[in-house]
Design a protein around this ligand. Structure first.
Ligand SMILES: NC(=O)c1ccc[n+]([C@@H]2O[C@H](COP(=O)([O-])OP(=O)(O)OC[C@H]3O[C@@H](n4cnc5c(N)ncnc54)[C@H](OP(=O)(O)O)[C@@H]3O)[C@@H](O)[C@H]2O)c1
Length: 213
């Protein structure tokens, strides 16, 4: 007996629904694997040297202290020389004087792309850098509609959260490619992709999404 049209249409719709659901399930399963089950990468095996931007406070400082426990070369990047010195001292006090800490003062709001690349290339020349942590962060001081942001802030947040990652990475990636080894970690902000929009922090969320490139 010939198959009825309604049956064919129903089969096609069910198949499409099954494919769509399977895609969603695979996406979710992959996310669960990456977030909770994938074995952690041991950054300490990448090399003896690491660069951490925004290393003078919060997460960046904690990461610097942790990475210094494994390697003799730590390069701290920050905008404030006094805070950089203080972090460097804390690393030496914690891990001993065999840890060589280099400091690079860069205000990402002020220097241009080429300057940043040159500075990173010069500073890392001859160093065995295997890990780069892009951690520098600038956020709205308080919630605001994007049309209320002043020009200086718009300019600065893009320079610090987007351009800095681009240019610092560019400044160290060639060395990693030569060695065929390296880890580049850009610290993002999970809420900017978990929720569909981030009202009153629109530009901040957009710039942080850049870390997931
Ligand atoms: N804190 C949270 O709740 C949270 C949540 C999710 C994700 N994160 C992410 O985690 C990372 C660290 O966050 P955090 O809260 O630890 O940040 P934080 O304490 O505010 O530290 C930010 C770092 O960036 C540096 N920095 C800011 N502007 C700079 C500029 N123009 N030039 C050079 N350096 C500059 C700061 O230097 P100074 O010390 O000199 O100002 C500081 O070392 C960020 O990427 C953030 O998006 C944070």
């Amino acid at each position: 007996m010939a198959t009825e049209w309604p049956e064919i249409i129903l089969t096609v719709i069910c198949s499409l629904g099954f494919i769509s659901l399977s895609k969603t399930f695979i996406h979710f399963a992959r996310w669960m694997w990456v977030m909770f089950f994938r074995p952690l990468k041991n950054l300490k095996t990448y090399s003896s040297g690491a660069i951490i931007t925004g290393s003078t406070d919060g997460t960046g400082k904690a990461i610097s202290l942790e990475l210094a426990s494994s390697g003799p070369n730590i390069l701290l990047v920050g905008q404030n020389p006094k805070k950089l010195e203080a972090t460097s001292k804390e690393i030496r006090d914690t891990h001993g004087s065999h840890v060589e800490v280099k400091l690079v003062v860069i205000d990402f709001e002020k220097v241009n792309g080429e300057e940043r690349v040159k500075k990173m290339e010069e500073t890392t020349k001859g160093l065995d850098i295997g890990v780069l942590v892009n951690n520098t962060d600038m956020a709205n001081p308080y919630p605001r509609y994007s049309h209320e942001e002043d020009f200086e802030f718009l300019d600065a947040i893009i320079k610090v959260n987007v351009e800095a990652i681009t240019w610092v990475t560019r400044g160290v990636i060639k060395g990693m490619i030569r060695k065929k080894k390296g880890a580049i970690i850009s610290i993002g902000f999970a809420s900017c992709f978990v929720v569909p929009s981030f009202p009153l922090y629109t530009l901040y969320a957009a710039t942080k999404a850049y870390s997931f490139w």
